[in-house]
Design a protein around this ligand. Structure first.
Ligand code: AMP
Length: 431
């Protein structure tokens, strides 16, 4: 090890508070979980949509909402060199709605089903399961009002968690009403909260005016106890919302899904209407909501788009990976153990041909003796070592050593290709 490779006593740069690196061993699990999510969403007819990481600040102020904690406290907002206020997206729904309107995707036959996987940014208080840059898998359906879709979205989330072997999940559901029935309920809440104003935390005192629903999100025990005696929204729904909620529940039951009605589940974003839901798990400690979502039937119009209802959810990947056990991608890898300069050139050509056939090859350019090569191959967890020496080149036959059994067989180039291609293919089928 050279002097420059030694660990320095002081690390000059570290990842910014609330952000984290995903190192290679962990990245394999991320890849597996992301691939499982992608495949799963595609099975239900969802297609990927990718939008920029930052947007005009106003998009979130208008959509996510002026009274939401996200907009009030958590946005990464800055003025760019052109004097525009831009924000690193704290959630994905506003970006999708913007893209649909901008590209007139609403002219395509409804429903539109989209998904996306990527980073979000919130200036939150960092703790286990809560980061400032975190990752979400996001799913949205536009243009379907039938409560059957609400249930299908929940079923899709639940079956994905099943595939990823997440245990101990619970589905919580609620309805937060609509602009017809919610104002009366908000007034009832305000009246109830007003009688206890002095007992609430300063944050909740402010919420009594701005949006009393948000009091249900407060983590302060005293506020929670007071809020537990508030009237319930499920008792104030209009006929349409009550009918929708009943339909949603009966479709969930038709799937055989167990759920709990949680009348205080309001979610931290302003645009929700009717259905809201969360999937929580007992595995992730304090931050136990793996995913959350709901309907947002008014958002498109709020953005100046068509009257198009929508529903979606966002799943936190950090929290998912705390609870999930996705199967690792275990590729069988071939290590090329060449001996001498001519063999090194031959090994590079062989590696190119094998990689062209889908065989993962490890070729390092530091020259080693056979023993050093074999010990390096084991260290890198290779499945085989291919011994390429002067003699092998001359004969056109190579020794393939199975590093698990120690068995060694001699093959020519063609036999080698055929054998490894089959082995790799078999490995992929077993996955
Ligand atoms: P939300 O967009 O707030 O409804 O959150 C949806 C999901 O994203 C949550 O259930 C979490 O799994 C995840 N999530 C939200 N905020 C954070 C955060 N700061 N750090 C990690 N995961 C988060």
């Amino acid at each position: 090890m050279s002097a420059s490779q030694r660990t320095p006593n002081k690390i000059p740069f570290q990842a910014i508070k609330g952000t984290h690196d995903i190192l290679p061993a962990e990245a394999r699990l991320w890849q597996a979980a992301e691939a499982a999510a992608r495949d799963h969403f595609e099975l239900y007819g969802y297609r990927e949509i990718r939008t920029p990481v930052f947007e005009a600040t106003e998009l979130f102020e208008k959509g996510t909402g002026q009274t939401s904690d996200i907009v009030i406290k958590e946005m990464y907002t800055f003025v760019d060199k052109g004097g525009r206020s831009v924000t690193l997206r704290p959630e994905y729904t506003p970006s999708i709605a913007r893209a649909i309107i901008e590209h007139r995707l609403y002219l395509e036959p409804a429903p539109l089903r989209f998904y996306y996987i990527g980073p979000m940014f919130r200036y939150d208080k960092p703790q286990k399961g809560r980061y400032r840059q975190f990752h979400q898998a996001d799913v949205e359906v536009f243009g379907e009002a039938d409560p059957a879709i609400d249930a299908e979205v929940v079923e899709m989330a639940d079956s994905l968690l099943g595939k990823l072997k997440v245990e101990g999940v619970e589905i919580l559901i609620n309805s937060v009403g609509c602009p017809k029935c919610r104002p009366d309920y908000l007034n009832a809440l305000r009246r109830a909260a007003e009688t206890k104003r002095a007992e609430f935390c300063p944050d909740c005192q402010r919420k009594i005016e701005t949006n009393p629903l948000r009091i249900f999100d407060c983590k302060v025990e005293g506020c929670r106890e007071l809020a537990a005696r508030f009237p319930l929204i499920t008792d104030s729904l209009c006929r349409e919302c009550a009918g929708h909620f009943a339909g949603f529940r009966s479709h969930l039951e038709a799937y055989g899904l167990r759920y709990r009605v949680e009348p205080r589940l309001v979610r931290g974003i302003d645009y929700y209407t009717k259905t809201t839901f969360e999937v929580v798990t007992s595995h992730a400690g304090q931050q136990n909501a793996i995913l959350g979502g709901g309907r947002y039937d008014g958002l498109m119009q709020q953005y100046g788009g068509p009257d198009m209802c929508a529903i979606g959810f966002a799943m936190g990947l950090e929290r998912l990976l705390e609870a999930a056990r996705p199967g690792r991608r275990e590729e069988k890898v071939l290590y090329l153990a060449y001996l001498g300069q001519a063999a090194k050139v031959q090994a590079a050509q062989l590696a190119r041909d094998l990689r062209g056939q889908g065989v993962e090859c490890l070729l390092e350019f530091k020259e080693r003796g056979l023993r050093a090569h074999l010990s390096r191959a084991s260290k890198l967890a290779a499945a085989w070592a291919l011994i390429v020496g002067e003699d092998e080149i001359h004969k056109g036959r190579y020794a393939l050593k199975d590093l698990a059994t120690g068995r060694q067989v001699e093959m020519n180039g063609e036999e080698l290709l055929r054998y490894l291609r089959e082995e790799v293919g078999r490995g992929q089928k077993e996955k």
